[in-house]
Ligand binder design. Structure first.
Ligand SMILES: NC(=O)c1ccc[n+]([C@@H]2O[C@H](COP(=O)([O-])OP(=O)(O)OC[C@H]3O[C@@H](n4cnc5c(N)ncnc54)[C@H](O)[C@@H]3O)[C@@H](O)[C@H]2O)c1
Length: 547
């Protein structure tokens, strides 16, 4: 068995780790030491010469080099990590799966004074107010430490050791939690095989003894039924309401039937809805939760990649009308979102690939590491290669996209800022035009977004907003994922017309989200003839050089 110690600088990971290893005759491994010996230089020098990015890349290699977890019941290895090691989702995928993990913690004041007295030079603290640094690090890192057992690291060493020994004696948890956060838009958890434990915990926090599971036949078969059985085992009374599969769930008639079912079940204000399914199910169940008894709590359990990276986050709920999609809806933030990547293993390949269109968008908004990840491992995800799941690539894509969306939505929940949540609409002007023009049939949302991204970078390049290298990078990535490249047989005029009824039209002008070198700019002055010619080229599947 391996024991992993995580926590802020100054929490005693090295001292505790050495003592634990000695007591159990186990090996002691220090990630910082591995990095230093591989580089042949101390960490402050690595920071000075290669920056934090260089250090983090070395750290990632050191974690990958740990190999697989030791499954034996005896403690054979104690691994002390650097304070920032678990920030990297891939490091957590390796460190938190199959290993016991403890989060050593302590009051910021004590940690700061320990750091001031420490002989070890810590690059992130050097020359700065130690207390302010510790408080900032604690706030920024809590979500990545939170899946581990929380231990008071500044207690007497004997007590810390005793707590850790109790942890080792516990039954290992089913599944691996990778991230847990409380946010102003609901609590949020990502993991592999965590759904039952995590939904049970969320319901307990809501003090609910009963839940209404809302799902649809496919999601019910691959995920919902087992999860509902687990909730019943955990002592929760469960009623099940199944909606139609796919977009058919998003109609007022379906909501009326479902609400009457809730009335028949005598569902009360305190009975949360647990929505298990893709984006369509989540939108419909969310709308039901927003309106039933004027609003009941909802726990979202997204089961598609599109729902995990995007639609389950942000509180937008809606149903469609014959006149248009998402026309009737409400903002209703969930009590919790539980993203279990294990559910994604049954998704059809085309759906996985399409959802990567949204992931490329999140990368293009300015997440350099997400772009790199998609360039390196996106094609394997698009192919649905088993390795993409086993290596944690899928989980990393989910986390990076979901967390980035949470940060944007928390800053601008109701899309009121001129440059806030609207940024998430990058690629969506043309995408929505395409979806309307094909009446939402035959083209997946993420696929339409890929065409829209190509249009956005080409328009941006023409206006001098998007540097040529950035435009080329986005399109090359989309090429490698097989997105937005094939001709779409839809008339350009229909797409352009459909764009003018977009939500982003303000005072008659469409606000365009266009990539810059490292983020986006909002422009309302894009000439209509440029929009038309670029859209025409994108729909025809014409390459960039012929624009
Ligand atoms: N609320 C928002 O912010 C927001 C954002 C983007 C999209 N959306 C909405 O999301 C919807 C699209 O979501 P989607 O792409 O998830 O499609 P979807 O919900 O229609 O699901 C696609 C298909 O996948 C099946 N499925 C679900 N989970 C599965 C699993 N684990 N394995 C195998 N099959 C599974 C479903 O039965 C369905 O047939 C649209 O209605 C769109 O408007 C909402």
């Amino acid at each position: 068995m391996d024991l992993v110690l995580v926590g802020l600088p100054g929490t005693g990971k090295t001292a505790v780790g050495r003592r634990m290893a000695r007591r159990h005759g186990a090996a002691f491994v220090d990630i910082d030491e591995i990095v230093e010996s591989a580089a042949g230089r101390p960490i402050p020098t690595i920071f000075a010469e290669e920056g934090e990015a260089g250090f983090r890349a070395r750290e990632r290699a050191a974690v990958a080099g740990l190999g697989t977890a030791d499954p034996s019941p005896r403690l054979t290895r104690v691994i002390a990590t650097g304070g920032g090691t678990p920030l990297d989702p891939r490091n957590r995928w390796i460190l938190y799966r199959g290993r016991s993990v403890a989060w050593l913690d302590g009051p910021p004041g004590i940690l700061a004074s320990r750091l001031r007295q420490s002989r070890v030079v810590r690059p992130l603290v050097a020359g700065r107010d130690a207390l302010a640094v510790i408080e900032a690090l604690a706030a920024a890192r809590e979500r990545v430490y939170a899946p581990a057992l929380h231990v008071n690291g500044v207690a007497p060493l004997r007590d810390v050791i005793e707590t850790l020994e109790r942890l080792l004696a516990d039954e290992p948890a089913a599944g691996t939690c990778l991230l847990r956060a409380r946010t102003p838009i609901g609590s949020f958890e990502i993991g592999d095989g965590i759904a039952e434990t995590s939904v049970s915990r969320s319901l307990a926090e809501l003090e609910a003894r009963r839940a209404i599971v809302v799902s649809e036949p496919k999601a019910w078969a691959v995920a919902g039924e087992r999860l509902a059985e687990g909730l019943v085992r955990d002592g929760i009374a469960v009623d099940v309401v199944l909606l139609p599969r796919g977009e058919a769930a998003k109609s007022l008639a379906v909501i009326e039937r479902a609400a009457r079912r809730l009335a028949g079940l005598r569902a009360e204000r305190g009975d949360p809805i647990v929505a298990i399914g893709g984006g369509a199910l989540g939108d419909a169940a969310g709308f039901l939760a927003a309106t039933w008894l004027r609003g009941v709590p909802i726990v979202h359990v997204p089961t598609t990649l599109a729902a995990q990276v995007d639609s389950s986050i942000g509180g937008k709920t809606a149903v469609d009308l014959p006149e248009g999609k998402n026309l009737v809806g409400a903002f209703h933030q969930p009590a919790a979102i539980v993203s279990d990547v294990a559910f994604l293993r049954t998704l059809p390949r085309r759906q996985l690939r399409a959802a990567l269109g949204e992931a490329v968008k999140m990368g293009a908004l300015g997440d350099e590491r997400l772009l790199e990840l998609l360039e390196a491992e996106g094609p394997a995800i698009a192919r649905r290669a088993p390795a993409a799941f086993a290596t944690g690539a899928v989980a990393e894509v989910v986390e990076r996209c979901a967390w980035a969306k949470i940060e944007v939505v928390v800053a601008d929940e109701r899309e009121r800022e001129a440059d806030g949540r609207i940024a998430l609409n990058l690629g969506h002007s043309v995408a929505h035009g395409i979806e309307r023009a094909v009446a939402y049939r035959g083209v997946f949302h993420g696929e339409a977004v890929a065409y829209g991204l190509r249009a956005a970078v080409r328009i941006g390049a023409s206006l001098g907003v998007t540097p040529a290298g950035r435009a080329d990078r986005v399109e090359t990535l989309l090429d490698s994922l097989g997105l937005g490249a094939a001709p779409l047989h839809v008339a350009v005029d229909r797409v352009v017309d459909a764009m003018t009824v977009d939500k982003k039209v303000q005072g008659g002008r469409l606000r365009w989200v266009l990539p810059t070198g490292s983020g986006v700019a909002i422009r309302s002055d894009v000439p209509p003839d440029l929009v038309r010619s670029v859209t025409d080229g994108v729909l025809a599947g014409r390459g960039r050089s012929t624009q």
